[in-house]
Design a protein around this ligand. Structure first.
Ligand SMILES: Cc1cc2nc3c(=O)[nH]c(=O)nc-3n(C[C@H](O)[C@H](O)[C@H](O)COP(=O)(O)OP(=O)(O)OC[C@H]3O[C@@H](n4cnc5c(N)ncnc54)[C@H](O)[C@@H]3O)c2cc1C
Length: 337
């Protein structure tokens, strides 16, 4: 097991920010993970997946453990369903493409989301009307405190919108090593209700899309809207879409009757954070080397020499401005380190 010292994390985060790990080790098995946890080289442990949901604002004074163990296995299958177990270090998009190849349905709308499989339960990744929770049966975690292993059922994960128990009561307590999902082998439940998906399929004259066609459509939409982290540093949506109560919403919609919104329940309404940020005048703006993407106001971008703190300052400026103008609080989806 090679433990490196003062290792640059520039290549390991999609913002491309050059902060260093005090100690760094890449683990390619659960055994190596436990060995690293027991190594005692540093009292603090920091888990790193694909680095696509973090903003590094300082060097990481910890043993950074990069999760790199792979494997996709069939646990059981019948004519209708397949149960798969997938190791935490698999790349999410490659796993989705494996499912498309095999014609396993359920994950096609989650194509092209960066990051590791093991990180996906943390924020219950989601896109275009589908969330991980829709297919996840359970996930396996290793306790950072006593190295014991525990299986968390879907219910125990307490999934919510970009949320789970691993971001709340169990934050920093468990390392997700493996997930188990149930996918369809036929009679796929296709989720193509989103307007933009409908429009793209109509352009291609496709009425009954295959899983592959759905995946390709999603990829096309995402590539046209979201910046590629290999070209410009970013972490996808920087903020969550705020969910507001009826009172706040009524005030807001009276002032902005044309604003888009999505009713979740009698009392909860979701407002697109991208719309709020754009209306507050930030879309496409650049402040030094920190900026707001010109096509998608929800994405903050890194132009090369900004520090994580400059991005954070911009995020705070946006948050303050949105609150003042609309009376709505937006909070980061990205993990600030
Ligand atoms: C261009 C772009 C588009 C994106 N689009 C979407 C989208 O559509 N939907 C969506 O939901 N997200 C999206 N994201 C966000 C991101 O891809 C997901 O949140 C992804 O699951 C993060 O995985 P990661 O391995 O890169 O996490 P990392 O950034 O490596 O880690 C994130 C956090 O999880 C912790 N962590 C990492 N691995 C583990 C583990 N195995 N066990 C416990 N803790 C762990 C880390 O310590 C850190 O706090 C996007 C990001 C980018 C850059």
């Amino acid at each position: 097991m090679l433990i490196e010292e003062n290792k640059s994390l520039k290549k390991y985060n999609t913002f491309g920010i050059d902060c260093a790990a005090r100690f760094f080790v890449s683990v390619s098995s659960k055994t190596a993970l436990i060995k690293a946890l027991k190594s005692n080289v540093h009292p603090n442990i920091f888990i790193l997946g694909g680095g696509s949901n973090m903003l590094l604002t300082k060097d990481v004074d910890a043993l950074v453990i990069h999760i790199n163990f792979k494997g996709i296995n069939i646990i059981s299958e019948d004519d209708n369903y397949v149960h798969l177990s997938v190791m935490g270090g698999e790349n999410w998009h490659e796993f989705v493409q494996y499912c498309i190849e095999k014609d396993y349905g359920g994950l096609e709308n989650l194509s092209l989301i960066p990051g590791n499989v093991g990180t996906a339960p943390l924020q219950n990744i989601g896109a275009y009307g589908v969330e991980l929770k829709d297919v996840l049966k359970s996930c396996q975690g290793i306790s950072i405190d006593d190295f014991s292993e525990k299986e968390f059922s879907n219910k125990e994960c307490q999934f919510g919108y970009r949320n789970s128990i691993f971001k709340n009561a169990l934050k920093g307590k468990y390392i997700i090593t493996e997930i188990k999902v149930k996918l369809t082998k036929n009679n796929h439940k296709k989720n193509i209700g989103y307007g933009v998906i409908q429009q793209e399929l109509a352009k291609m004259n496709i009425k009954e899309p295959s899983l592959r066609e759905i995946s390709e459509t999603i990829i096309k939409i995402r590539q046209s809207k979201l910046p590629d982290p290999n070209v410009i540093g970013n972490s996808g949506s920087f903020f969550k879409n705020p969910i507001v109560n009826r009172g706040v919403f009524e005030n807001f919609i009276k002032q902005y009757p044309k604003a888009p919104f999505y009713v979740i329940s009698e009392t909860e309404i979701k407002v697109p954070a991208g719309w709020l940020i754009e209306k507050a005048g930030f879309k496409g703006k650049r402040f030094g080397d920190a900026g707001v993407h010109e096509k998608q106001a929800l994405v903050l971008v890194y132009h090369g020499n900004a520090t994580g703190n400059e991005i954070l300052e911009l995020a705070d400026k946006i948050k303050k401005s949105v609150k003042e103008q609309f009376g709505i609080t937006i909070i980061p989806e990205v993990n600030i380190i």
